[in-house]
Design a protein around this ligand. Structure first.
Ligand code: ADP
Ligand code: MG
Length: 393
């Protein structure tokens, strides 16, 4: 991957459009977790300090049309609060009002555009929208690591039209992930969890040949256990995935997959449900598996502690509910204690790490979920590849 960075440009006085990833969880109209806003800040600050007119854009959630609940206003408020500078929020993505606001900017000013997905052309990488975004700026800075796996108007279309470079966060993320590509420190361990197997089977399949061990917990492990012939009661199972999962387990490298031998089983899917630890082969008919068991957590922790590099995506259980947090907490502690190179990615996984106060104890906390997984799989990231055309010209 070849790209220039913001250190290769002289942005003073220019209109610089920054594609950040400000896709944060909201709660009652307020930002519930500002991790991604904090991560986006260094690039914005650096450009301000160098006298750029900084126009920031991002998507937020998955709006169908112009959903008022997904306006960027709360994000603008939080960005201004933690940045300590004024943020002029415009109720427009790339129309006349956006152009007017950008026109009125002085050096060091910051404008935040409206949710890019309010424009139907965004996810289609519509050339008309890309032209309008390009008309707002002289330079484009790609900093939205969490969105570079998508070829949208604000991630790829605009970068085809305007001289484009990578922002500080994007560079940091790509550098961290590059340690898993090529020659990772061995043993190279991947820990996967989270809700859905269908989200992550692709990554399981393509990472198996590269890793030394793959530890699987979370909701997704029950589909794998079911595929191995275990009765898993009322636990989360994606029936339509069973055949594919069986193929993966029996295929090359399938023996690197480690599944839980014990699990925490609740009477129902509720935070106050009675629960107990059972062997994975003895889950009762009405039981719902909501965490890996303590013996499995110890085994997973030992593998992480003995690793050379570890990538973790997906909580080991329903960590949001205290009784089902122990597996995630044990693996997180091992991530903190190991001398291995450690990366944690995925919105919920990072939220769990932060809840446990361990985010400063891993080598890299990634802002990207899907983008990180696709990068590890060796798939091209369109929002990064597009930067290459500006390297030699
Ligand atoms: P990330 O955001 O880190 O990529 P995912 O979105 O894939 O992670 O999955 C996180 C969700 O998975 C959490 O909300 C968690 O409650 C849920 N989860 C974990 N274990 C289970 C389980 N055994 N049953 C149901 N849901 C689970
Ligand atoms: Mg998630």
């Amino acid at each position: 991957m070849r790209y220039l960075t913001i250190d290769d440009i002289e942005p003073s006085g220019f209109r610089v459009l920054v594609r950040s990833d400000l896709n944060v969880p909201l709660d009652g109209g307020r930002v519930a977790d500002d991790f991604r806003i904090r991560a986006a800040l260094p690039t914005i600050q650096a450009l301000r300090e160098r006298g750029a007119r900084v126009v920031v854009c991002s998507h937020l959630g998955r709006p169908k049309g112009q959903d008022p609940a997904l306006r960027m206003d709360p994000v603008a408020a939080r960005l201004a609060e933690i940045g300590g500078f004024g943020v002029h929020k415009v109720d427009d993505v790339a129309g006349p009002r956006a152009a007017e606001a950008v026109e009125a900017m002085g050096p060091g000013d910051v404008v935040l555009l409206e949710n890019t997905r309010f424009e139907p052309g965004e996810t289609k990488n519509d050339p008309v929208l890309a032209d309008r975004l390009a008309a707002l700026c002289d330079l484009f800075v790609q900093d939205a690591f969490g969105s570079v796996h998508r070829a949208h108007a604000s991630t790829v279309g605009v970068a085809e039209r305007v001289r484009s470079v990578a922002g500080l966060l994007l560079v940091r993320e790509l550098d961290a992930f590059s340690r898993f590509l090529g020659e990772p420190e061995r043993p190279y361990v991947v820990v996967l969890g989270g809700a859905k197997v269908s989200d992550k089977l692709g990554v399981v399949r393509s990472l198996l040949p590269k890793t030394d061990a793959m530890l699987i917990g979370g909701g997704m492990c029950f589909t794998l256990l079911a595929a191995e012939g275990y009765e898993v009661g009322e636990s989360l199972v994606e029936e339509e995935m069973l055949d594919t999962v069986r193929e993966v387990l029996a295929g090359p490298g399938g023996d690197k997959i480690q599944l839980p031998a014990d699990v925490v089983v609740a009477d129902r899917f509720a935070p106050d449900a009675p629960w107990r630890v059972t062997e994975a082969k003895a889950i009762p008919d009405e039981g719902v598996g909501l965490d890996i068991g303590p013996a499995t957590a110890e085994r997973f922790a030992a593998v992480v502690e003995g690793a050379g590099s570890v990538f973790w995506n997906g909580p080991m259980g329903v960590f949001e509910w205290e009784p089902f947090r122990a597996g995630t907490a044990r693996v997180a502690q091992a991530m903190a204690d190991t001398s291995a190179f450690t990366v944690v990615g995925g919105g919920d996984s990072v939220a769990a790490l932060r809840m446990l106060g361990l985010e400063d104890r891993v080598s890299h906390v990634s802002t990207g979920g899907g983008a990180g997984l696709e990068l590890l799989e060796g798939r091209p990231l369109p929002g990064v590849e597009v930067l290459e055309r500006w390297v030699d010209g």
